[in-house]
Design a protein around this ligand. Sequence first.
Ligand code: ATP
Length: 614
Amino acid sequence: MQERGSITVHTENIFPIIKRWLYSDKDIFLRELISNAADAISKLKMLGYSGEFHNSGEEFEIHVTLDKEAKTLSVTDNGIGMTAEEVKKYINQVAFSSAEEFLQKYQGDDVKQQIIGHFGLGFYSAFMVAGKVEIDTLSYKSGAEAVLWSCDGTTAFELTSSGRTERGTTVRLLIDTENEEFLDEVKVRQLIRNYCDFLPVPIKFNGEAANRQKPLWTQSPSSLKDEDYKEFYSYLYPLDDEPLFWIHLNTDYPFNLQGILYFPRLRSDIDWTKGQIRLFCNQVFVSNNVEEIIPQFLTPLQGAVDSPDIPLNVSRSFLQNDRTVRRIADYITKKVGDRLKELHRDDYERYVQCWKDINMFIKYGVMNSDKFYEQVKDILIFPVALGESYTTLKDYLEHNKEKTGGKVYYASDTGAQAPYIELLKSQDIEVLLLDAYIDTHFVSFLERHNSEARFARVDSDLDENVLSKDKAAELVDPATNKTRSEQLVELFQRQLGQAKLKVRAEALKSEATPAVLLLPESLRRIKEMTALVQQKPMEFLDDHTLVLNTSNPLIQNVQRLADTGRDDALVTLVCQHVYDLALLSQKSFDAAAMGQFIQRSNDVLTRLSNRAVE
Ligand SMILES: Nc1ncnc2c1ncn2[C@@H]1O[C@H](COP(=O)(O)OP(=O)(O)OP(=O)(O)O)[C@@H](O)[C@H]1O
């Protein structure tokens, strides 16, 4: 059997759904009514341009009035108005908008950009908060008669003639008892400010100006000064510090989009909640939720984006993931990249100053978008550890090539890793500072994209750059058949009571440090990444190596002292202390280990002072 037909909708059933559940948020009813009022004014202005209406210089305005006693909230405009026929057509037929018709008649992008509504549903959101709604309206058309439409939320309505003499429309809501919050002045003023602050029509609330009106983003960038952008920023985010810099977006092809994006100061590594880019559609606020149109890594940015081309569904809050949205996201990403390159080129000093604040999301960005990486790869900079300067990866590889091959030394903590950094610095090798928590990922990312570079944290290994050949250490003792180095390693393993501890004896090019610990690069990176995913602090690597510096006098002394067998207790103390000092620069001790360390420090000092006074 096969049958075709059309689905019928019973208005009595669908009406409550439209009224109550179509919109995610009750607040928006006021936005919808004010948008309709603004549309009515825009339409009349357009008729003025086309000569169908003569404006005798009157101001266009929207008035919102609250009458607590009568429990009414009204929105009045002096726009186009409606005839009885139009009310029947546009209001009585749910989901029938005049916008499409109007746009067809007055074609052109300029017009499209000015009309907000297009679904033909917004008006009905009034019933979310009102038991009864009235429309009192007089059309601009000559000879038109004023009409009063009223409806108590059922599908029945009444249409009578009205005594209104002023052109335009008043929509009056009798707020029902459950929604009396909308009779609160502060709340209504806040709603107007939230949603309609930048509407290009003055809005008066109980007679007072209630919107700012000048959306900076619609003005031409060449007419604006830095101060204008800063002032606008502090208007949007009154509690925040000055922004670092900004981008003025302005395009009309292949989509229409305007906006200003600010780069805020990001205090901490994880200050990602900062961003609150506001999304507007024809200057009407839509949402703070711009996830789809702004790539995630740009969410720390702030500001406003306004586009009539962002496809919004009825409730205007959820974006569909379509081609235009993707294109817009690409456009914004490209603009951000361009702005960064411009700053790098025109004001390198400032770029460097901002790097601390912006490096996190640039790193995120390059890891998330290949296109963005290609765009900014040459302006990725790295601070040089224990220095003032910055360098790029390319420059690093070039400067240090002869000594390091493709190895890129980096430090993640200039305090803890100071001995290693100093060691490399003394050999004229630069060390990069990569101390952000995403740097473990970033380093791996850079390696994947730069086959010639191998990143090694300064404490991951020691190579010929910092090791010298210590001939004496290689001499074999005929009595034991072992080299001095081997004997030293055994001494420490025995004294520390840790046969499994990896110990190496090496002659470092600097004699300053008795011992250092090495943490294998790849294993450490895995642990770091796991810790990052689990959001826990990283555990200390058991699989570390203790490197004894045979060039260091303390190490030489302790071996000699052990050879003589004169004070085994002191040898034990010193060996343990050397290990603890190396450990201490890499991790913090728990209470027990710290107690032991302090006790031993006191013992060593007592012994030393005893000898001195003997
Ligand atoms: N204040 C007003 N002045 C003149 N006409 C109005 C006014 N309010 C509503 N209308 C007419 O009623 C129609 C339906 O309004 P409604 O708010 O339901 O839909 P819309 O604004 O067209 O679209 P959307 O659902 O996107 O808001 C409008 O298209 C307009 O023709």
